[in-house]
Design a protein around this ligand. Structure first.
Ligand code: RTP
Ligand code: MG
Length: 149
């Protein structure tokens, strides 16, 4: 099923110049980037985005970290891409993330773990709407789309 996922490269990915490396993984996997923007997240948006964690002890640190430097927010499209991207991302704690996953290969610790990706279809819809207007999402065909999808 064609899906869209919300993916965000966190400040550590931007500051460590890993944006291109991570984007290449998605492109090489055959996924389609339909929206990408670099932005500073406001405290309000950070709290809304991570609202499910507001009672957790790490919530304040998470909000201050994610607002500490720019992020690269994006929408990725592909067949069953929400679960595929979560597999590519790997476990939250990089010590538990398999090598070959983005976090397993690059993340430093649970806070600075490179990337966020939607964990369900409902989260994807909610998060895409939080970060993007419809007019910022690009609909286009890839020349080899019929082979990939
Ligand atoms: P994300 O939402 O960023 O894609 O990460 P996730 O689904 O793998 O993990 P989640 O449980 O949703 O946690 C969100 C982010 O909060 C930080 N965290 N810190 N100190 C801790 O125990 C702890 N647990 C989670 C991580 O940065 C995690 O990505
Ligand atoms: Mg999460």
């Amino acid at each position: 099923m064609m899906e869209r996922s919300f993916v965000m490269l966190k400040p550590d990915a931007v500051l460590r110049r890993l944006m291109g490396t991570v984007l290449t993984r998605f492109e090489e996997r055959g996924l389609k980037l339909v929206a990408v923007k670099m932005m500073n997240i406001s405290e309000e948006l950070a709290k809304e985005h991570y609202g499910e964690h507001k009672e957790k002890p790490f919530f304040n640190d998470l909000v201050s970290y994610i607002t500490s430097a720019p992020v690269l927010a994006m929408v990725i499209e592909g067949d069953d891409c929400i679960s595929l991207i979560r597999k590519m991302v790997g476990a939250t704690n990089p010590k538990e993330a398999d090598l070959g996953t983005i976090r397993g290969d690059y993340a430093l610790d649970t806070g600075r773990n490179i990337i966020h990706a939607s964990d369900s279809s409902a989260s994807a819809k909610r998060e895409i709407a939080l970060f993007f207007n419809d007019s910022e999402i690009n609909e286009y065909a890839l020349p080899d789309e019929s082979l990939i999808y």
